[in-house]
Design a protein around this ligand. Structure first.
Ligand code: HEC
Ligand code: HEC
Length: 399
């Protein structure tokens, strides 16, 4: 039994007692309806009793109650700060609990069929990131006659998101809340908040933010994840040809067993795509093997917003369109040509560019020569070292 249920029971008991007393009084009047003399005409104690025995009795009671107040008030004063802290923590804990339910997918203990939004299906059960298959509609390919392409979209990690974005309701900078509310149009990330056309109210979005806050990894792990991303990327490039070979073998087998001309045409197409995948994978493996730190970091940290088509990169699949040239712009602006140089000109510009990438600028504040921060660009000073960011800057200035 918790303190809460105990207090509720005491309250119910007190109400019952009051009801019984009132009931008894009402009934007693009905039972003996004799008239009593009015109180102001009833004689009270005489002076001797009033000023001696009666006064003593009243003063004793006063002493008793004053003592209770004298003990309870300082106790209350002593316990209040920790009670408030506990209440704040309890408030946060309950928000995290509700957020966990919203975040969960079927494989997680917090899952509840009617409430869970399955964030974990895309972002991973631990928030470490994942991937999600996605059908690229003909319009999104820029050609209404194209066939829809099944792609795999790389989904970013969320267990390090507060190292990249600021979330501070007191300064009204709520970058994570905004992303969850409005989603990322043109990507599989939907809008979840009512303001963005999604299903969830402000309370639920704030519960999700509380949950994300509770699953953040340590700074050391967040930095290690940045290195791991580079390793995964290099592995993808190195093993892509083998994947394409497997796809080719599978498609050939399916072609051998094909019955109808449609099936044959389909599998013939898959064979072509796999052959194209083998060619691309070889070229891509060479490309990645030659990349310096700056380019590797750019591709694994920045390209999903600054290179269109980056998130669906899969050199092993000839059906999937290749990404646009590096840094040509997507959610973030193009960084090619002399756009970076003109935003952050000269040697002093390098420090300004560093500040922008490492710390960022407040929403609606200026950066560089003509930039105004929209609050959409994350900052990387907490997960990348000075040397790493300088390497990216060098790479960007030569795009
Ligand atoms: C269908 C897959 C999918 C689901 C479900 C999904 N997301 Fe996402 N989310 C994405 C993708 C893809 C991105 C990256 C979009 C981009 O490339 O800009 C993303 C980005 C984000 C980001 C920004 C991350 C960053 O570093 O840019 C946040 C925060 C986020 N999602 C939270 C959530 C929450 C909370 C839920 C559940 C309510 C959720 N997502 C459900 C696919 C999904
Ligand atoms: C979640 C998406 C996202 C990611 C990831 C991202 N950026 Fe950006 N970036 C933006 C947006 C959006 C802008 C435009 C400024 C704004 O809206 O505040 C921008 C602007 C910039 C600019 C200024 C360009 C100009 O001409 O004004 C530079 C430089 C830049 N980003 C570098 C980087 C680097 C380096 C990384 C990786 C370490 C990176 N960005 C990762 C979204 C992103």
């Amino acid at each position: 039994m918790t303190l809460r249920t105990l207090l509720i029971l005491i309250n119910i008991a007190a109400v019952l007692v009051i009801v019984v007393i009132i009931g008894a009084k009402v009934l007693s009047v009905r039972r003996e309806p004799t008239e009593r003399p009015a109180s102001n005409r009833t004689p009270f104690y005489d002076d001797d009793v009033l000023e001696d025995a009666h006064l003593t009795k009243v003063l004793r009671w006063t002493l008793l109650f004053s003592t209770i107040v004298a003990i309870v008030l300082p106790l209350y004063w002593l316990l209040e700060p920790s009670r408030q802290d506990q209440e704040a923590k309890g408030f946060e804990d309950r928000a995290v609990e509700r957020g966990a339910v919203l975040y969960a997918n079927k494989n997680m203990p917090a899952y509840e069929g009617a409430k869970s939004l399955l964030c974990a299906d895309c972002h991973g059960a631990d928030g470490g990131g994942g991937s999600r298959s996605f059908v690229l509609a003909p319009d999104a390919q820029g050609d209404p006659k194209a066939t829809p392409v099944q792609e795999v979209w790389q989904v970013p990690s969320l267990n390090d998101i507060f190292y990249r974005y600021t979330e501070d309701p007191t300064t009204m900078v709520q970058q994570v809340t905004d992303i969850i509310t409005y989603g990322r149009p043109g990507t599989p990330m939907p809008a979840w908040g009512v303001a963005g056309g999604g299903p969830k109210n402000v309370q639920s979005v704030s519960d999700l933010v509380a949950y994300l806050r509770s699953i953040q990894v340590s700074p050391a792990k967040a930095r290690a994840a940045a290195d791991q991303k580079i390793k995964d990327y290099q592995t993808l490039a190195a093993t892509s040809e083998a994947t394409a070979q497997t796809n080719l073998g599978d498609a050939q087998k399916k072609l051998d067993e094909a019955q109808t001309p449609e099936q044959r045409a389909k599998y013939q197409g898959e064979i072509e795509a796999a052959r194209e995948g083998i060619r691309r994978s070889r070229a891509y493996a060479d490309e990645v093997a030659q990349m310096g730190q700056g380019e590797l970091l750019f591709n694994t940290q920045c390209a999903r917003c600054h290179t269109k088509g980056w998130s669906t990169l899969d050199p092993s699949n000839g059906f999937v369109p290749l990404p646009e040239p590096a840094g040509s712009g997507a959610l973030g602006p193009s960084l090619r040509g002399d756009s970076v140089e003109s935003q952050f000109p000269g040697e002093t510009g390098k420090q300004k560019q560093y500040d922008w990438v490492a710390v960022g600028a407040e929403v609606n504040k200026a950066y560089g020569v003509r930039g105004i921060s929209s609050g959409k660009m994350p900052h990387f000073g907490d997960i990348l070292s000075r040397a790493q960011i300088d390497a990216i800057i060098e790479y960007e200035r030569n795009l």
